[in-house]
Design a binder for this molecule. Sequence first.
Ligand code: AMP
Ligand code: ZN
Ligand code: FE
Ligand code: FE
Length: 281
Amino acid sequence: MGTVIDLHMHTTLSDGRRTPTELVRLLAERGVEIAAVSDHDSTEGLDEAQAEASRHPGLRIIPAIEISADHPDDETAEVHVLGYFLRYHDGPFQERLARFRAERETRAQRMVERLTGLGYPVVWERVAQIAGEASIGRPHIAQALVEAGHIATVKDAFKGLLDDDGAAFVSRPHISTPEAVALIRSVGGVAVLAHPLFVKEWEGLVPRLAGMGFTGMEVHYGEFSAEERLRLARLAETNGLLATGGSDYHGFGHEGETLPGGAGPSLPTLEALERLAEAGA
Ligand code: AMP
Ligand code: ZN
Ligand code: FE
Ligand code: FE
């Protein structure tokens, strides 16, 4: 077997269930050798992940992020942009991310106000507590609604209330795809399209990615079948993109969850990605 590589996973600094330390210990236990910690819109877990990884000699952590950007053709839809090899201790980079997260907080507060107006009072402090260190969003509000006894399940909380047409919905803050790519590249990183099959009109979008400054796209993704991966691998090759991937592990613990090390690129692909980052390409 080749080197075990996984370039997509989350911690409690976004919506994962394990702290960076816990995640890195799991990686070591599972024999993962190269791993990217890629929290949503945050690099706040990376120092801790690197510190823990230094205790596991066989394991290398690549500093990463997954930015929730607007779809280039429809700003109500999202494109998740992965960034790798980030020199993330950079003032302007961190300021931009902090502003994005602060805007998410204001937006969540507005949704809580709307819910109260609609007869579903939830306590803001409780929502914030549920989110913890994570970038706050609708799933946390949904959980508070369930806790307060207003709604039976998180899924039901979305129906008519929190979903995009819901009465309490407020649109999220925006960062364009070009801005997300530029932000990643501004700190020496390379940009990769996350889980293309989940992206609106991906077949039209992928051929445009290289022109937008993307270096790769996810092909070896936990939830994609062998047939899907084959198709995506061909598409990546045709468009001059590296075929990367990862488990997108969150630690939810559901049946069939892809575990760390369960999906990822080959070592030559990872090396090519790193060379392109070093070349600033
Ligand atoms: P936000 O980033 O705050 O707009 O929340 C988006 C997240 O809400 C998504 O990543 C999903 O995890 C969750 N979500 C969106 N729609 C639904 C739905 N209909 N049912 C359950 N969860 C949903
Ligand atoms: Zn996530
Ligand atoms: Fe994603
Ligand atoms: Fe993810």
